[in-house]
Design a protein around this ligand. Structure first.
Ligand code: CP
Length: 341
């Protein structure tokens, strides 16, 4: 257990990390990809706290800890662990059996790292955008906390960048034309991966276009501002487009994600007829043919023939599986770095 609470380094957002430190994580991930086993977490452990379902995140963190000689414990509050209260001063006469003040502190007495997955509640974005669950773990924890997807998905960001570096056979992605495209999904989904893609693509100096149906689908101002600040520093560019053809034309990278329109947050029945008009944002062969031999990816899970066609998913241009594999390698790098503080 780490003892110096105030100077603890967490992995909550890539934007909190220096570019050199992100590059070091990516280099270490490459090393772990070539060297499966190490003793970086020997005798150490991580609690993986899941408030929402997962396939990739849970598997890759559990397995990653095992590869590093450590141990992972999965906890699902409200299912196999007690429901948790996050508000200070609350009279706890509801469902919650214990407070985050005790949960995070007790876990810190047992384990060396804590991972947290906590999606928005999808009722009030002004509340969800505070990332209260993750921030509360970080506030009370005496050990480093890793964001396993809340309102951003920084582990996915590193896996995505590693897959792009592998595909283009260079660590320098500056000048690549990168399209983050909204795609249809029958339900309003989390903006986390979109926020993250925008953040990391601009950080890496790419020429980034956010393609979405209307201005209602533009992302939260925090991530728009991060993107603008990042391109000012990195020398890339950032534009918003609602025009499919001009966005795809000449693209090197197409990254797809569906998300709910923030002005309709919590009022999803009103958003549904709007989103239903934009099924044609699906990534298909005709759109990919407009790119510059562009590569396609998605964080997964993905509904085939809703978000992207079978032909795109099964094409050599699709690197979504490589990106998913890279979750294992980058998370091993993150766990190893944070546990050695
Ligand atoms: N991409 C991703 O985080 O996948 P899971 O939801 O399956 O963990």
């Amino acid at each position: 257990m780490s003892s110096n609470h105030s100077t603890l380094k967490h992995f909550l957002n890539t934007q909190d990390w220096d570019r050199d430190d992100l590059d070091a994580l990516l280099s270490q991930a490459v090393w772990f990809k070539r060297h499966k086993l190490s003793d970086s977490l020997k005798g150490k452990s991580i609690a993986l706290v899941f408030f929402n379902p997962s396939m990739r995140t849970r598997t890759s963190f559990e397995l990653g800890a095992f590869h590093l000689g450590g141990h992972a414990i999965v906890l699902q509050p409200g299912k196999d662990a007690w429901p948790i209260e996050f508000e200070l001063g609350r009279v706890m006469d509801g469902e919650a059996e214990e407070h985050i003040a005790e949960v995070a502190t007790v876990l810190g007495r047992y384990v060396d790292l804590i991972g947290v997955r906590a999606f928005p509640k999808f009722v009030d974005w002004s509340i969800d955008r505070k990332d209260h669950v993750l921030r509360s773990f970080a506030r009370y924890s005496t050990v480093p906390v890793i964001n396993m997807e809340t309102i951003t998905h920084p582990c996915q960001e590193l896996a995505h960048i590693l897959a792009l570096r592998e595909h283009f056979q260079t660590d320098d992605l500056r000048g690549k034309k990168y399209v983050l495209t909204w795609v249809y999904h029958p339900k309003a989904l989390n903006t986390a991966v979109a926020n993250s893609a925008l953040t990391i693509a601009t950080r890496m100096g790419m020429d980034v276009t956010l393609l979405c149906p209307t201005s209602d689908y533009v992302l939260d101002r925090r991530y728009m501002q991060w993107a603008e600040g990042n391109v000012a520093e990195s020398g890339g560019s950032f534009t918003v487009s609602h025009d499919i053809e001009s966005a795809y034309r000449g693209a090197d990278v197409v990254y797809a994600k569906s998300w709910g329109a923030l002005p309709f947050f919590g009022n999803w029945d009103a958003e549904k007829p709007i989103r239903d008009q934009y099924r044609h944002f699906i990534v298909d062969e005709a759109k990919m043919a407009m790119t510059h031999h562009g590569v396609f990816s998605h964080c997964l899970p993905l509904r085939r023939n809703i978000k992207a066609t079978d032909a795109v998913m099964d094409s050599p241009q699709c690197i979504a599986i490589d990106e998913a594999e890279n979750r294992l390698h980058v998370q091993k790098a993150i766990m190893a770095a944070l546990a050695s503080q």
